[in-house]
Unconditional design. Structure first.
Length: 392
């Protein structure tokens, strides 16, 4: 693994701003209230536009909708302190920084290079973050505190080379968690035809920006996972729970493919020098018998995952993160519908984003009682949920 901690300007040609249409598509004031809120990425049903909404995380769950509107759909959001960040993914390849006190104009917008497809940005501090660039073999180290577009040359401060994990179609860094000075990253792992190969979990020392060997005498530094097409992870104590989707069916493949249940939920013990793991929930088991697309952990006794049967046909299911026992039936009301995203917050609430062409919404459930606390209507379908806390 090679780390280049040098100041390196991003190509000016690739940093052309695309701010047309970035202003709010609502008549709401410039400032949004987000002392403690959910930042919701929303996408039109026809995938022709996107925007960001903000929902308070406690009653009355006030919603502010339609900010940073664009005529593209593949976006995600991230948050840190008093700012949120818009990640333009496929064929956009940029990141912009916005203040909750000014949602009309970004502080800056920078390219992360063509075909980089930024999946996430993970913050160590105000002045250091990591950009997961799914379409490349490098993670960028950046300084998000730069003040304007004029500071582009100081945005990227280094990179981490993941080319050792390229199995024919880049390393596919898809998700990451920061814990106790280390960055844990899941790499999906595809070959040139997007057939799932070996997914890996790697560990980066954020003080030195170097990879830590978690394999001992085994070849390579990263931990080879049992589940394939791993793309979501949760941390509880010294365990990381990784959800793998296996292989989707595709009528476009040559020859056409059917679903391969080679995923599930893998529980990885990261407490020792070398990682170890167990397949906690097998997607091929009779209790699941379908793909698992995401996982959320509440505590040692309660977690949730989404079960994918087909397009707009998903379930939310509770399971035990210690024993792996899966509840016999999905949560009442969340079976066979278009579940777009699930996330848990710090208030013992499960947020469920439900897609619908005419009535998209976010439902907020108590993880203690299992009861619905509120339903918040949206203009566009929810695609992702992040939680912001500007009080810390």
């Amino acid at each position: 693994m090679i780390v280049n901690n040098i100041l390196k300007p991003v190509s000016a040609a690739l940093a052309i701003l695309a701010l047309v249409g970035c202003s709010s598509d609502s008549t709401s004031p410039t400032t949004v209230e987000c002392s403690d809120c959910a930042v919701i990425t929303t996408v039109a049903a026809d995938y022709g536009s996107s925007a960001i909404s903000f929902i308070a995380t406690s009653a009355p769950f006030t919603v502010q909708t339609g900010y940073v509107a664009q005529d593209v759909s593949d976006i995600r959001a991230a948050t840190f302190g008093d700012h949120f960040y818009r990640l333009g993914r496929y064929q956009q390849d940029n990141i912009s920084k916005w203040s909750f006190s000014n949602v009309d104009t970004p502080a800056w917008e920078f390219s992360v290079e063509a075909n980089a497809n930024p999946y996430d940005i993970v913050f160590v501090s105000e002045t250091k973050a990591y950009v997961l660039r799914w379409g490349t073999n490098e993670i960028w180290i950046v300084d998000p505190s730069v003040e304007s577009n004029a500071d582009e040359a100081f945005f990227k401060t280094g990179e981490i080379d993941l080319s050792d994990y390229d199995q024919g179609n880049k390393s596919n860094a898809a998700a990451a968690i920061l814990d106790n000075g280390y960055l844990y990253i899941v790499l999906e792992g595809f070959d040139a035809n997007y057939v799932p190969q070996t997914s890996h979990l790697i560990k980066i020392d954020t003080m030195t920006d170097t990879e830590v060997d978690v394999n001992g005498a085994a070849a390579g530094n990263g931990y080879a996972l049992t589940v394939k097409n791993a793309g979501d992870l949760e941390l509880l104590g010294t365990d990381i729970y990784v959800a793998g989707k296996g292989r989707y069916a595709s009528s476009y493949s040559t020859p056409p493919t059917v679903v391969e249940l080679t995923g599930g939920i893998e529980k990885v013990d990261i407490s020792g020098t070398d990682f170890s793991s167990a397949l906690l929930v097998d997607d091929d088991d009779a209790s699941v018998n379908a793909q698992i697309t995401s996982v959320e952990i509440v505590d040692a006794d309660k977690g949730y995952f989404t079960r994918y049967i087909g397009r707009e046909d998903l379930d939310v299911i509770e399971f035990n993160p210690t024993t792996g026992v899966v509840q016999a039936a999905p949560i009442t009301g969340y079976q066979g519908i278009d579940i777009r995203v699930i996330e848990t917050d710090d208030n013992n609430q499960l947020w469920i984003g439900v897609g619908n062409a005419t009535a998209p919404r976010v439902d907020i459930l108590s993880t203690t009682t299992g009861l619905l606390e509120d339903t918040v209507a949206l203009v566009r379908n929810p695609a992702a949920i992040k939680f912001a806390d500007t009080t810390n």
